[in-house]
Structure formats: structure tokens, C-alpha cells
Design a protein around this ligand. Sequence first.
Ligand code: SF4
Length: 78
Amino acid sequence: MNTLCKSCRQKTIQPVMPNVRPGEGRWVSEAEFERRVRICLACPALQADTCTHCGCLVRYRAALKDKACPCPTGNRWE
Ligand code: SF4
């Protein structure tokens, strides 16, 4: 997976990800993370590791409780 964020092009995700604690605080559980990523991997909006609707690295967005799938036709994660 590329670690350079295509949105800001300044920060890398790699230093942030070790701080993820699945199921705690702002982070979804491991099972929910895997479920979301599976949906992204089958989505036509995925380009490399990035969602073309929001520009996010999907593995980062999928880890956050307060984020939803930004698909204009509806949240695919629901
Ligand atoms: S539209 Fe939703 S399911 Fe598709 S890649 Fe983006 S976040 Fe993932």
C-alpha cells in the first residue's frame, strides 16, 4: 500500500497507523475494519488505495468510527 496521502501529499499514513487501537476510542473494531475494506476492494470507485469520491486512503478512512463511505449513491458500508 502506498503511504503517501494523495489528498495532502505532505503526510504519510505509516507513522499514524501504529497508533491505531482497534475497538478503542475513535477506531472501529478489527472486524468492522476488515468488513469495510472488503467492500472498498470490490468498489468501482477504488483507484489503487484511494477512494475517488473523497481522495482518502480507504484503509485509513475505514479505520475511523466517525467516517462513512462517501459514495454519492449511498453509504456502501451500511
Ligand atoms: S465509495 Fe465507499 S466503498 Fe467505494 S472506495 Fe470509496 S469509501 Fe470505499
